[in-house]
Design a binder for this molecule. Structure first.
Ligand code: AMP
Length: 286
């Protein structure tokens, strides 16, 4: 394909372009990413094209959402290739800012969501969602988007962002896209590139745990403790180090203590070697 794509590095240039599109009554959809794009990201871009006349893909490895001992430096970066993928998937613009234009010296304003971001990933990554909310709010402002598309893969992130949008009256619609998986059902992730061949095999235990949890629920096992222990056993069989393997109510993200209901979500975060992987599954109606 040889359709054109505009690439912006400075927030002011991105915003000027977006304003011009708005003046032309074009609806803007944004897909925030950290790059190293895979088929999961591309599915978000294609979905965004159904909601917007223009699709802006943002590519920024956001330092403020990584903890001090996490993989910020090692995170895969492939800007040129990513731009070509965005163009082929139907994006009309890419925003690829330099960190110094995003976080100005002595930046001292942050957005903190105080409830949904505290549990699950927030326990082991205490400042992660502060970084996510702040960068996402900035990207919403810089792109002036009408719609933003996020993946269900990051279930807690979607809940936190929806809450931020509601609480702070961001004039933007949030669309959630389904999880795209590898042929063996491992959820696609830029971090899968870290896995050795042996780890890659063990990583399939995450989906198997979700699957067995879902099957148990379908078979009438409604007790949260039972579903948790089914998932934990499978993760341990695959020598995955469990951060959490639980079932939550989808809006509040509160852990179920007793009976699990259709619509509740099985959520897993586990280390495969040094790589932290997350995945989830929404329990279907019985
Ligand atoms: P990331 O680049 O990992 O920050 O992800 C950018 C966006 O892509 C987020 O909204 C993710 O939820 C979404 N995403 C990542 N992996 C997948 C996947 N396997 N399927 C669908 N969406 C995904």
């Amino acid at each position: 394909m040889n359709n054109q794509i505009a690439v912006f590095q400075h927030p002011d240039n991105m915003y000027q372009w977006s304003l011009a599109q708005q003046c032309a009554l074009r609806r803007i959809a944004v897909v925030p990413t950290m790059g190293a794009l895979h088929a999961g990201h591309l599915s978000l871009i294609r979905l965004a094209a159904e909601y917007g006349d223009d699709v802006i893909v943002t590519i920024f490895v956001n330092p403020s959402q990584f903890g001090p001992n996490e993989d910020f430096a090692a995170y895969p970066r492939s800007a040129e290739h990513d731009i070509a993928l965005c163009r082929d998937a139907g994006a009309t613009a890419v925003f690829l800012p330099a960190a110094e234009h995003i976080y100005l010296p002595e930046a001292s304003t942050w957005i903190t969501e105080n409830v949904l971001s505290k549990g699950l990933c927030g326990v082991s990554r205490p400042l992660h969602f502060r970084g996510v909310c702040t960068i996402v709010a900035k990207l919403f402002n810089i792109t002036a988007a009408d719609v933003a598309v996020f993946g269900q893969k990051d279930f807690q992130q979607v809940a936190v962002i929806k809450r931020m949008v509601r609480d702070l009256n961001f004039p933007i619609e949030i669309v959630v896209a389904p999880i795209v998986r590898e042929p063996d059902s491992l959820a696609m992730s830029s971090r899968n590139a870290y896995l050795s061949t042996e780890e890659r095999t063990r990583a399939t235990g995450i989906f198997k745990a979700l699957q067995q949890g879902a099957i148990a629920f379908q078979n009438g096992n409604m007790q949260a403790t039972k579903l948790r222990s089914i998932m934990q056993d499978i993760l341990m069989e695959h020598q995955l180090e469990i951060d959490y393997a639980t079932v939550v109510e989808p809006e509040s993200l509160r852990e179920r203590e007793a009976e699990v209901k259709p619509g509740d979500v099985l959520l897993i975060a586990a280390f495969c070697g040094r790589t932290r992987l997350i995945d989830n599954h929404i329990l279907a109606d019985l």
